[in-house]
Structures are given as C-alpha cells and as structure tokens.
Design a binder for this molecule. Structure first.
Ligand code: CMC
Length: 391
C-alpha cells in the first residue's frame, strides 16, 4: 500500500496543523497564540495564559472572572476518589498516583461515555480545578499529615500552596515571592507544541477516548526521564555531584561518553532547540532572583552553574548543540520554594495541563483523523506452522 517514510522518533514529521504554539528552534523563539513567552512570563497570570491557550484569545475582565470563578467552584474532589488514593502505597511516586487518579476521574462522570455529558468546557474546568488538589494529596500523605481541603477564597496558586504547606497548628501565609515564582514556572511550562506528552494526548484523543483518559496518558508520557521527569533527575544528579566532591568535569567527561557510560547530563539538549531554550534563559535568571529574595543559599545552584559553564565550553556539547533546557534550573527554584524532588514532575504536569487541554480541544474541533503511524516490517518472511509436539 504505497511507500512508508521512516522517521524514527518523528524527528521531521509534522503530524498536525496547529494554531496554538509557535516555536523556532534555531532562533530560540517560543510564542503562545502569538504572544512571546518572555512577555507572558513577565506580565500574565497562569490562569490568563491557560485561557489564552485553550480559547485562543486573552480573556476580557468579564471572561476571566467567569473562568476563574468556575475553577474556584470545582476545586473539591469527590470523596470516593480519596478511597482509591488511600489504596496506593505511601511510597508510590506522585506521578503514578496523579495519572491514575486523573484516569479515574472519567469514572466519576459516567454520562461522559454515553455522550449525554458533552459539556467540554465543564470537563476543562474540572481538570484545571482538581489537578492541584489531587497533586497535594501525595505530598501530605508522604509526610503522614492530614490532607488540606481547598480554600476557595484564595487564588489558584495560593490555594495550591495552602493545600501543600498549611498545617492545623499554625496559620500558613502565602509568600508573594513564592506565588510569583510559581506563576512564572507554570506559564513557562504551559505548552510546547507537539512534544512527547502532548502528542500522546492527541494520539489517545484521536480515537475519541474521553478527555480524562487522554490527559492521564499525557501525564504518564511526561513522567519519563527524557521528558518532564528530567527535572527530578537534574536535582538528583546535582546532589550526586555535590556528594562526590563537586567535580563537575568528571560528570562532563562521563556524559561525553554517554554511549558507553549510559550517563547523560540531565537538563541538557533538546529535540527542537539547537541554539538555546528561551525558557531556560528566563528560569536561570528567576533562580538567582528567587533564591536571593528568599534568602536561600543553595550550593546546588553553584554546581549547576559550574556544570553549565564546563559543558558550554566543551567541544562535545558545542558540536551537538546541547544547551541547558527548561528542566535544568527549574528544580532549583522548586527546591527553594519547599517543594520536594519527587513532586517536581507533578509541578510540570500542573503547568502543562492547559496546553494538553488546548491541543486536545483543537484536535477535536479540526476533526483530526485517528492517529495511526505506519512501520517498516523487519520480521520473518512467511513460514509454515509447526505443531507443538513437533517443535
Ligand atoms: N548528555 C550527553 N549527550 C547527549 C545529551 C545529554 N543530555 N543529549 C543528547 N546527547 C547526544 C546524543 O548522545 C547524540 O550524540 P551522537 O551525535 O554522538 O549520537 C546527540 O547528542 C543527539 O542526541 P539525540 O538523543 O539523538 O537527540 P534527541 O533529539 O533524540 O533527544 C533529548 C533530545 C532531550 C531527549 C536529549 O537531549 C536528552 O536525553 N537530554 C537529557 C534529558 C532531558 O534533559 N530531557 C528534558 C528535555 S526538555 C523538557 C522536556 O521535554 O520535558
């Protein structure tokens, strides 16, 4: 049936048309719906950006109020979801729990499958509202603390921080520096065109699977260490370097021999950015600012800078155009905000959610056909079946 062009890992294959995110890997440009990432990170709120990605335009004051109010009203999660959650081992990785519970959400809206509940906007609101609530459960449980219910007088990010860090014994006050740092990080992660998790959301959704199942699949794809899971790996790598005496050159050497050592510098390299990652540029500066404002002195930051410096002057990294990516400095900020390492990729998921939703919605609206890649077969040619007793 005609020719199949082989493109392993879809390095050059465009799978869709999209009007959401523009990315120029050579020039290091990233824009959501035509707005530069630098402008949005400096001036917008995460929920404004979510609205922009999902609905195509920045909201008017009235549209924003309606959107935000709806999200505030949906932050509670069905108590029966807690029973599912309680069945997970305490040490379960928060990403596995998150993917499972988002998938489970579809079971709580049974009219979804019968087609009676096709109010897409309401599903979108539910996802945006409940993901942060579910995310904080894993953290609280790991500490052995009771979970916190959402406090809907608070804005989106302060509400999340309150659920994470508030204790019954003392009043938790959201530090505006922390809230603003998180706002910037979430905006920088909000969409990135056809990356692995987004393509997964589209591929699953293209079979007309429901939005919860599609987003759950995206969360699973994001978890991998070559994708969103890299932010956890980066900090673990920097901690290893510190424990090992802080000699960055040793790790640069190991990474140069990635083929034999199997060791890669996490937070380095990108499929599309071959000059610099504009998100990394903003995050590196934010890491300096946030640590200074919070008065945090993290030796890991110095190791990260040393590692970057050493790699950027090394022929191996230069010739392969390997630069720090978004995940290289983000973990340092999360750490300074008090977020534990195994929650970093969950933070990425909260940030990427509007992008996944926007891409899922666009895919439905443009009536994309079911995704179905081809292959080049390399197995055996036709052979005759040999009965079991004769093998
Ligand atoms: N350390 C050492 N060598 C590397 C690295 C690295 N981090 N990244 C790529 N290379 C080498 C690779 O070995 C190959 O070398 P050669 O030309 O000798 O065969 C060359 O650079 C090209 O690499 P590739 O694996 O063919 O490139 P790719 O586009 O398939 O992979 C990547 C992109 C991001 C998966 C990869 O750079 C990587 O594994 N980086 C580390 C993980 C990471 O930081 N991921 C986060 C990506 S950004 C945010 C996100 O998506 O979540």
């Amino acid at each position: 049936t005609g020719y199949v062009t082989l493109d392993r890992g879809y390095k050059n294959t465009g799978a869709t048309k999209s009007a959401i995110t523009f990315l120029d890997g050579e020039l290091g440009i990233l824009q959501y719906r035509g707005y530069s990432i630098e402008d949005l990170a400096a001036k917008a709120s995460f929920l404004e950006v979510a609205y922009l990605l999902i609905y195509g335009e920045l909201p008017t004051q009235e549209e924003f109020t309606t959107f935000e109010t709806a999200i505030r009203r949906h932050t509670l999660v069905n108590e029966d979801m807690r029973k599912i959650f309680d069945g997970f081992p305490v040490k379960a990785h928060p990403m596995g729990v998150l993917a499972s519970l988002v998938s489970a959400m579809s079971a709580f809206y049974p009219d979804l499958e019968s087609g009676k509940d096709d109010d897409v906007d309401r599903h979108i609101i539910r996802l945006l509202a409940k993901l942060p609530t579910i995310a904080t459960w894993s953290y609280k449980r790991a500490l052995g603390h009771p979970i916190n219910y959402p406090k809907n007088t608070l804005d989106y990010i302060p509400n999340f921080l309150n659920m994470m860090f508030s204790l019954p014994v003392e009043d938790y006050k959201v530090d505006p520096v922390v809230a603003e740092a998180l706002n910037v990080l979430l905006i920088l992660h909000a969409d990135h065109e056809q990356n692995c998790s987004t393509s997964t959301v589209r591929l699953v959704g293209s079979s007309q699977a429901n939005i919860y199942s599609s987003i759950s699949a995206g969360i699973s794809a994001l978890w991998g260490p070559l994708h969103g899971g890299a932010n956890q790996e980066v900090i673990e790598m920097l901690e290893d370097i510190k424990a090992d005496g802080g000699d960055v050159s040793k790790y640069v050497e190991m990474a140069k021999n990635a083929k034999t050592t199997g060791f890669r510098l996490f937070g380095f390299g990108h499929r599309v950015y071959k000059n610099f990652d504009p998100r990394a540029k903003i995050i590196k500066k934010a890491a300096d600012d946030v640590l200074a404002k919070l008065g945090v002195n993290d030796p890991i930051l110095e190791i990260a800078k040393g590692l970057e410096e050493a790699a950027l002057h090394d022929e191996y990294f230069v010739s392969r155009k390997l630069y720090p990516n978004v995940d290289f400095y983000s973990g340092i900020i999360y750490r300074a905000l008090g977020i534990p390492t195994n929650m970093f990729t969950v933070m990425f998921a909260i940030g990427r959610l509007p992008g996944w939703i926007a891409q899922w919605k666009e895919m439905r609206e443009t009536k994309e056909p079911i995704g179905r890649p081809r292959q080049i077969y390399t197995g055996s040619t036709l052979r005759e079946f040999v009965p079991l007793e004769k093998r």
